[in-house]
Design a protein. Sequence first.
Length: 199
Amino acid sequence: MTSTSIARLKITLDEVKPVVLRRVEVPLTIRLDRLHLVLQAAMGWTNSHLYEIRARDVGWGIPDPDWGGGPLDARKARLIDAIEDTGAKTLRYLYDFGDGWEHTVKIERITNAAPGLTYPLLINASGRCPPEDVGGPWGYAEFLEAITDPQHENHAEMTEWADGPFDPDNINIDDHAKAVAALAKAWARKPAVKRKPAV
């Protein structure tokens, strides 16, 4: 593994049908707080809740100084550290402790970066991300039942709450790819500027 190694990650939203799945490629040296942002952009979440990335029995997230047993600081760990320190090949990503969205993040392969590409990069995506605050996987199942059945007693309410029709299979991959690419651009190393010597 080199400093230019890339990890291909398969991210699956657990306990949700239809399947919500993403594949991204990220630098192996990505900090875990940035990996969280990549997962948010790739999935389509709004980054409005707490999170934790777990490798075996170790968790990283936003530390709470008032709670001694909380997660380690995600800003101070990299993906390669999590893999090497724990031996894990699969990570768990929990988003929104209230709704409890759990994701399985499988490291499918590690390879060299392709010349000319900027990482992170969304490779493919299927399934639309559930709306925020819908109540986790069980609330989402109830939401889908109501929104897809015009005869359902909560159909009108759920359609209004979702701001219109919601098709769980319809995903705008370009929007997700652009969101991930925007992170890659923001994090890209800027070329050193040569300064003119003082006269």
